[in-house]
Design a binder for this molecule. Structure first.
Ligand SMILES: Cc1ncc(COP(=O)(O)O)c(C=O)c1O
Length: 375
């Protein structure tokens, strides 16, 4: 059997062991400890004037962001539909209603024109949306120039779901800092990992402090247990934070390697008829978390599914792009504004193996399998 090639695997080549052992040695393995505060400090240093609280997942960070924005029962929240379900599920946890908005074809993220059309229509129908969830999918920043103008014009706050975009930026401004709240995920397949984990970002120090309080079951600072709010068990633990801290010190290296993997694919696929990809608009920087390509079957003669199956036979893992939320059975009753952009991307797209330690030889092996499909 040929060596398996996974889609995206974590690499632990920093001080992960040391930081985890320190946590064990100090008996601080729960939601307090140096790794947590140091990890938050390091993220903060990188983002500039923003406040950070690490959580036990990206999903919990999105949930907290929406709660802190006051989203509650019966509210409407606009949400990019081309994304993982975790961008939208927290809207439902709060008893609110997601309204899905399609993507545009330059960044694959929420389309500003359709977003504005959706806002106007909701207002005309009598409900002003309470928030907008914008995603930086596959590490590519959304069109924030336009999106922020719309957010300001209608006074609707933004949650930036930068779960996949740690280290990405527009004209040097980091993803995670564009909205009223930003969110990262450190899930096992992300650009850095803590096993599972996430972070909540905001320029509002009080909101971040409140998120910390809500993340430990809203426990009051008192001699016995007193609770005046309903909280959650959402704080990151000190061992996970140790892994995250070590990974974070290597972030730039990890991004450079992922970008190199993407560049190699671009070169290797350059003369393959029917293949295209997503390019960085001027000033945009993507961490290239996953290398994503579109296959135009009428030009190539084969589909994304044919590529998936051919590579699977060779023990190589690929993945479709996100199946848009408006197509998910659970969301079939949810209103959707848009055309066919996200559906077309889903129908044509494929994520190729993108781990930072993927060798050039393995990339040639992957491309060799695809080349054979032409004959
Ligand atoms: C776009 C997007 N949003 C949210 C999440 C949720 O993050 P987590 O798995 O850390 O809860 C993920 C990743 O899993 C994601 O890819």
């Amino acid at each position: 059997m040929l060596n398996p090639i996974p889609l995206s695997t974590p690499v632990f080549d920093g001080n992960e062991n040391d930081f985890v052992l320190q946590a064990l040695g100090s008996n601080q393995i729960s939601t307090a400890g140096n790794n947590i505060t140091n990890f938050e400090e390091e993220i903060k240093k990188r983002l500039g004037n923003y406040h950070v609280a690490v959580k036990n997942s990206g999903t919990s960070a999105i949930h907290l962001a929406l709660r802190l924005l006051g989203v509650g029962f019966g509210d409407e929240v606009l949400c990019q539909s081309f994304t993982f379900c975790a961008s939208a599920n927290p809207i439902i946890y709060l008893g609110a209603k997601p309204i899905f908005v399609d993507s545009e074809s330059t960044t694959w993220n929420i389309c500003p024109e359709i977003l504005e059309e959706a806002i106007r229509d909701r207002i005309n129908k009598g409900t002003k949306p309470k928030a907008i969830v914008v995603v930086d999918l596959f590490g590519m920043p959304a069109k924030f120039d336009e999106i922020l103008k719309i957010s300001q014009k209608y006074e609707i706050p933004i949650v930036e779901d930068a779960a996949e975009a740690l280290g990405s930026s527009i004209h040097g401004k980091p993803c995670g800092t564009f909205g009223d709240f930003g969110v990262f995920s450190f899930n096992g397949n992300k650009i850095i990992t803590t096993g599972s984990g996430g972070a909540l970002i905001s320029s509002d120090a009080d909101a971040i402090e409140r998120s910390k309080y809500l993340s430990v079951q809203a426990r009051e600072n008192f001699k016995y247990y007193v609770h005046k709010d309903i909280g959650y068990n959402y704080r990151m633990n000190n061992m996970s934070a140790g892994i995250g801290l070590a990974q974070f010190f290597n972030l730039d290296k990890k991004i450079a390697l992922r970008r190199k993997v993407f560049e190699n694919y671009q070169n290797l696929l350059a003369d393959f008829e029917g293949f295209s990809t997503i390019l960085e608009p001027d000033g945009y920087f993507s961490n290239r978390w996953l290398s994503t390509f579109l296959v135009n079957e009428s030009q190539s003669g084969f589909s994304n599914e044919a590529i998936r199956l051919a590579l699977l036979k060779e023990n190589i893992e690929t993945r479709y792009l996100w199946n848009p939320l408006q197509l998910q059975p659970i969301f079939k009753e949810i209103e959707f504004y848009g055309g066919g952009c996200s559906e077309e991307l889903f129908n044509k797209g494929i994520c190729l193996p993108s781990s930072e330690n993927l060798s050039y030889g393995d990339q040639e092996r992957i491309i060799g399998v695809i080349r054979k499909l032409y004959s």
